[in-house]
Write a protein that binds this ligand. Structure first.
Ligand code: FAD
Length: 422
């Protein structure tokens, strides 16, 4: 580094949820900060969160919040104590983005525009004096005498070295790579000596065997129970909404359950998903209901009677799986056939063949090994001037605003730590 070259107090790599907040807060605390982003704009992923509405955070208390996080929610205690959901809501409110609380403790911007959250974060960082460097991809970290002193970026085909006292890597994971999150940060972390816990897609649609999904494509189900079976044993279940796609399952409960699918599938275990279309009715009550409807509509064809029980798209699939003649009058439906109908309604089972790729995953599981990061500062245990925040860490949570809060809390704590150093 030449004497005339500028040296920043902090370089933040990645202008996503974590990077923007960390850069702004570090600058607010008096540091000179450069925020380097490889895309043309900041916060590309943040703009598409929550189907464009941005589920900012969740109002669950810390203890419940931590239970939603894998593999080790407790790592987040200090970060959540430094900056938690209500702090983020207050922060956005102070930056003219009021929010509303919805079902399941989910906060959204009142405007329903994720873009408002991104714009507020960019404005915050700009107003606090953060310098932005766009379309600049960080290629590697610069080491001098084993100490990290800066980064090498490539911008418009030109390599450039930039120096700083501290580095914060906030490059996100590998999911939705079109937004810029392509896993570059793992290479940077490895270069600094860090281990990366195996990364894989999480909160991701699930592929199942056979042609049933394509027949049911687009069918959205509410108030159903989805259970996961591994080698014949129930492992997990979720209640709520799901969606059939041409290859399998998506929608909130399928995405949540997908977090439990990766491990048994990679171990080549038998993995099945079962839908209970009538979770509010136990076998006895459902049987009585079917019996009553069959008795009360004796002349009706069974195919028509199904309309009282199931969404119409499901009916031809049920008819085929039950091998029942859809024109059969209800009074001719046998006890065994009624039992088979009930069983299929309560246990509609499909064989899982895999998960979709990172391209469709909401989040990346795995990442920078938490054992090598100080949870009280977000600093590397190998380099006192290297920090990590956001999805690059080996942390992932359910849907519901939890993942963004992890990014915001770890970013805030990292910024406090850098600016609190002597
Ligand atoms: C479709 C979708 C919807 C989602 N909805 C929600 C939701 O509603 N609520 C919620 O809590 N979570 C949601 N998430 C998850 C959430 O978006 C992430 O947890 C969050 O964005 C992680 O923030 P981050 O700052 O760590 O990473 P990112 O937001 O991914 O930002 C990383 C940034 O680093 C940049 N970068 C990467 N490599 C380099 C490099 N070499 N040089 C320079 N820059 C680089 C990238 O371009 C990117 O801008 C959603 C995710 C997806 C994909």
């Amino acid at each position: 580094m030449s004497d005339s070259q500028k040296k920043y107090d902090l370089i933040v790599v990645g202008a996503g949820a974590a990077g923007l907040l960390a850069a702004g807060h570090a600058a607010e605390r008096g540091l000179s900060v450069l925020l380097v982003e490889k895309m043309r704009q900041a916060g590309r992923k943040l703009r598409i969160t929550g189907k464009g509405r941005c589920n900012i955070t969740n109002d669950a208390p810390i203890r419940d919040f931590l239970k939603k996080v894998k593999p080790n929610g407790k790592f987040l205690y200090p970060a959540f104590h430094a900056f938690f959901s209500q702090d983020m809501i207050a922060f956005l409110n102070a930056h003219d983005v009021p929010s509303v609380l919805e079902r399941g403790g989910r906060y959204f911007p009142e405007s329903n525009q994720a873009g408002d959250v991104v714009d507020a974060l960019i404005k915050y960082a700009e107003n606090k004096g953060v310098e932005f460097l766009y379309e600049a991809k960080v290629r590697h970290l610069i080491k001098e005498d084993k100490k990290l002193v800066g980064i090498t970026v490539i911008q418009s085909m030109q390599m450039q070295d930039i120096f700083a006292d501290n580095l914060l890597i906030a490059t996100g994971g590998k999911s939705y790579p079109a937004t810029g999150s392509t896993g570059d940060g793992y290479k940077l972390a490895k270069q600094a000596g860090h281990q990366i816990a195996e990364v894989h897609p999480a909160l991701v649609p699930i592929e199942v065997e056979g042609e049933i999904p394509s027949r049911l494509e687009g069918l959205s189900l509410k108030n159903v129970n989805l259970s996961l079976w591994v080698d014949g044993k129930k492992q997990d279940e979720e209640f709520g909404e799901m969606l059939f796609t041409d290859f399998g399952f998506s929608g909130p409960i399928a995405l949540t359950i997908s977090r439990e699918v990766y491990s048994p599938i990679s171990l080549e275990k038998q993995v099945q998903l079962s839908i209970d279309f009538k979770p509010a009715l136990d076998d006895k009550v459902l049987d009585a209901r079917l019996q009553r409807d069959l008795d009360g509509n004796g002349k009706k064809q069974i195919g028509n009677l199904f309309k009282q029980w199931l969404p119409s798209k499901l009916i031809p699939v049920f008819i085929d799986l039950l091998h029942i003649d859809e024109e059969k009058p209800a009074h001719q439906v046998s006890g065994n056939e009624r039992k088979a109908i009930r069983k299929l309604m309560k246990n509609f089972r499909l064989e899982v063949v895999g998960l979709r790729s990172f391209r469709e995953a909401i989040i990346t599981a795995g990442g920078v090994d938490l054992d090598e990061i100080n949870p009280k500062t977000m600093a590397s245990k190998y380099h006192e001037n290297l920090f990590f925040a956001g999805e690059i860490l080996d942390l992932d949570a359910e849907t519901g605003g939890y993942n963004l809060q992890i990014a915001f809390s770890t970013a805030w704590l990292a910024a406090e730590s850098v600016s609190g150093k002597e």
